[in-house]
Design a protein around this ligand. Sequence first.
Ligand SMILES: [Zn+2]
Length: 266
Amino acid sequence: MDKQTVTGLVLRECAKGEADKLLTLLTAEHGKMTVLGKGVRSLKNKNMVTTQPYCYATFILSKARSGIYYISDSDLTEAFFGLRGDLLTLALAAYVCEVAEACSVEDSADVPLLRLTLNTLYALSQNKKPVRQIKASFEMRCAAVCGFSPDVSGCASCGTDEAPAYYLDILGGELLCPDCMTRRRPEDETVEYSGEWTRPFSPVSPATLGIMRHTLGCDIAKLLAPKLTDAETAEFAAVSERYLLHHLGRGFATLDYYRQFEKLQK
Ligand SMILES: [Zn+2]
């Protein structure tokens, strides 16, 4: 196909030549795409606005002889202008887009990931929910979208769903109640037992478990509906970030950057 229309979010831009950009888009039709924006760094270019980071737009693409698609026309749907008013918000938006890029693949439509990313950017731009809650909700739901949702039904060993507290096995994606946790044996370790447990677990209170269940199972439009206390936000944030990063097996430069701003606000 030499010409095609896609709806996509600009995840990343990279300057090329005098006035061009290489753009990484997350599209509804084909997943991740790298496209060329010819001349879009010029203020006079008709595609200058839609090719900014975090813009969601309809793009008409034409295929160049080299095989790469370039933008021949575009129509802005949403620019999420509200993101740009606050450094912490902007830093988190960059992290969200970097995670979306890491989780998406080319030639494979992933509408749930696109919807999650768009909803998250929208929530950030509206500034109606705490940034830490938005981040944690995105991370936990992203784990589910990527196919490694934790099992939050109850203790994976004895089955109880009425324990006073739980521990989430970060690698296994399962919960253990305190009784089953104390009955763990050295052979349950993934690395050689050295006298200390090394398999990572995160504490999960019943309140946080309720938030995780909501986050993993709700309609995406209701993702941020829960009202959380500061303590719940802190625990949910810790477990969500740890779980997602472990399963993606990497860190993110944008997350390090975000943490710097978060520290300043504490
Ligand atoms: Zn148990």
